[in-house]
Design a binder for this molecule. Sequence first.
Ligand code: G1P
Length: 295
Amino acid sequence: MCYSPGVMIKQAVIPAAGLGTRFLPVTKIVPKELLPIMAKPVLQYIVEELVQSGIEEIILVLSPEKESIFQYFSEGSFIDQLLDQRGHEDKLLELRRLLKQVTFRRVYQHNPLGLGHAVLSSRREICTDHFAVVLPDDIIFSQTPCMQQLIRAFETCQQTMVALEEINDEHISAYGVVKPAQVVEVGKPFALSQLVEKPSKKDAPSNLAVTGRYILSKDIFSHIPEKLEKLHKEIQLTDAIAQLITTSGVSGFVFEGQRVDVGQPIGFAKANIMMALQEGNDQAEIKSFIEEIGL
Ligand code: G1P
């Protein structure tokens, strides 16, 4: 694959092999990444963010049962042809334009053993020194696409970087939490001295939690074990990043924007409302409906 010159981060990995248990029963048959926010699947918003950030190739980490995700981002299917014949091509225009700007590859994670394992599954497809990882559970509403903010920051320090957000004490134990080694400034990268996965409230080294956006050095692969180690429940990405902190250094970056966790139904409802209230959607109708029901 030949990438555009001058662009440093061209490949992005999207782990999407999980069972989506928080969305059962619908995820028995529909991957959560294809559930719609307005009329577009969650994953399309993520792909849009990546394309706007200059990503040219996306590696989807899938399970064989979630092949429909790859099909959604492929063209020329029977249904595509049928929709064209029946005059509905205008409704596919936006998606088709998007697909022209990015290439998709897929790898399989047959036995999901954790986020580190998902990233390791993409190893053979990575041919650049650094690559992005995006967790499709996090949609970020922002002026500048979140990944673009991260890539710009990366260009200034060129080391592994994690996107960070301030989280309340009561929720901190659901995240990877960092210890900054420098003064924290929003919109500027800073060095990290520690990263711990899901610490208790009292052990958390700060209130800055890792959000689902990363830029990783290819070196990460040598820090991810291929097999689940004794006493570990998952192969964590956090453990590998923590090792990079001590070897080559890792930066943190507090992004501008509002994150919505669409990996669970409440966040999903919030994202639908927020998207419906965006300009160009049916903003006025939604606003008057909210008034009508007395909210
Ligand atoms: C994963 C990571 C965690 C990170 C979180 C962001 O956790 O392991 O470090 O803070 O994503 O959403 P998960 O949500 O998969 O449990």
